[in-house]
Design a protein around this ligand. Structure first.
Ligand code: ATP
Ligand code: MG
Length: 409
């Protein structure tokens, strides 16, 4: 993409009403636009990051048998009354609206009800199980707090997968696969070494659920971490009993701030019962479907990557999620070779991998922009470098500079 055609521009100053580093940097870089507290639009550069994260998650979900679909934002009141979750006194973060005829509808704040209701139409026999549908979707929650930028939105984009299994045994096998898929995802997007499988409260059907918590002071959670074993316990459930049952040593646990980037949860028959979601086994007996849920917040993950890797000059994107791999910076010159060389490199590396700064601006401004926007590799084409027969390649993360020839590139 040519930067001259990108309508967004960088800003030197962060908006005064934004306190979270992720939102400050993403707004300054023109990745997102703040609509109101907790509500952001994704601009072209921000969308590219989201799509890269989305594709990584999609690949990992498909590997473990996920089947993608897209459920509606609009929620039918009657369906939510089955689980007693329609009432505002029970769920306090609903966004609701009304049809012209006065009927109430909700905007999705989670997906268990919608999925149970849809799958009920299709699950009859043991032959229909297991099944692992998922979707990427906008979620709406009237959160009381929204000071964490895109890490806690009132509207946010997530992936939710629900597992429908014949029994706990079949469920447990998938649950372990999902855990590994999640670890792969966090590894691939560049936060793996700071992300801990964290034991958290489990509900009725299992002792624990598992959260994936990434260490950052921008997080709102407190966890106790065993750095060697790479596991943690959420403060919510922290007790001597749990430390012992996990074979951990209290002395080796360190208190840390973290953000929950994803979670996996054994639901059991909590939702299949109210929806009467049953199947017939081989003997013709009716059994309840056994469910699990698996969520990841994509915006929260994107914000976490920014929080974790940014430095005093701006954002640093890992290559797997960067909007572009390369930032090709042409330093304007009266010598036509400069533009010619830059154009040639742009064509060679391809518009999908290169953000080409072809704008008529001073070098200092261009370098500051490239550092703020955070593409992993900067390629600098200038009169001086061309005279040497070289290109300057700068690694955004390490600051390391290499002079290489066009052929080497
Ligand atoms: P939290 O305790 O942080 O509010 P949650 O327990 O409400 O999270 P879930 O309902 O399980 O989260 O949602 C699944 C995932 O969606 C979370 O792991 C998180 O990554 C993401 N998520 C939840 N709430 C938000 C939000 N307000 N903004 C952005 N992402 C969110
Ligand atoms: Mg919440």
């Amino acid at each position: 993409m040519r930067q001259s055609q990108l309508f967004t521009k960088t800003r030197r100053e962060a908006p005064s009403d934004e306190t979270a580093k992720n939102a400050e940097l993403l707004i300054r870089g023109g990745f997102i636009h703040k609509e109101m507290a907790g509500v952001y639009s994704y601009l072209p550069l921000g969308l590219r990051v989201m799509e890269k994260i989305e594709n990584i998650i999609r690949e990992e979900m498909n590997i473990i048998g996920g089947i993608e679909m897209k459920t509606s934002i609009f929620q039918n009141k009657e369906i939510w009354e089955k689980t007693n979750r329609w009432d505002d006194s029970i769920v306090d973060n609903w966004f609701k609206t009304k049809l012209k005829n006065g009927a109430e509808v909700g905007l999705s704040f989670t997906n268990e009800e919608a999925y149970s209701n849809i799958l009920k139409q299709y699950i009859n026999s043991y032959k229909d199980l297991p099944v692992y549908p998922y979707d990427f979707k906008e979620i709406f929650r009237n959160e009381a707090r929204s000071k964490s930028g895109i890490m806690r939105g009132r509207e946010f984009y997530w992936k939710a997968l629900y597992s429908f299994s014949k029994d706990q045994e079949e469920h447990d096998i998938f649950y372990e696969k999902a855990k590994i898929a999640y670890q792969n995802i966090f590894e691939r997007v560049g936060v793996g070494s700071s992300t801990y499988v964290t034991f958290s409260s489990g509900g009725t059907f299992s002792k624990f659920s598992h959260e994936f918590q990434t260490l950052t002071d921008a997080g709102e959670d407190t966890i106790y971490v065993d750095e060697n074993k790479k596991i943690a316990i959420n403060k919510e459930v922290f007790s001597d009993e749990i430390i012992e049952s996990l074979g951990l040593n209290k002395k080796e646990l360190v208190e840390k701030r973290a953000v929950e980037v994803g979670n996996i949860f054994t639901l059991g028959t909590k939702f299949s019962e109210p929806f009467n979601l049953k199947y017939k086994n081989e003997k013709g007996e009716e059994k309840m479907v056994f469910m699990g849920s698996y969520g990841i917040g994509l915006g929260r993950l994107m914000g976490t990557i920014v929080e974790l890797l940014a430095d005093d000059r701006g954002i640093v994107w890992p290559e797997a999620v960067a909007p572009f791999k390369y930032h090709l910076v042409e330093i304007p010159s009266v010598k036509p070779e400069v533009k010619e060389t830059a154009e040639k490199i742009y064509k060679k590396l391809g518009e999908n991998d290169v953000l080409y700064d072809d704008r008529d601006l001073r070098a200092g401004e261009k370098f500051a922009d490239a550092d703020l926007l955070g593409m992993p590799t900067q390629i600098i084409v200038s009169e001086k470098n061309i005279a040497l027969g070289k290109l300057e390649i700068k690694n955004r993360l390490t600051g390391e500079v290499k002079m290489i020839s066009e052929d080497e590139l």
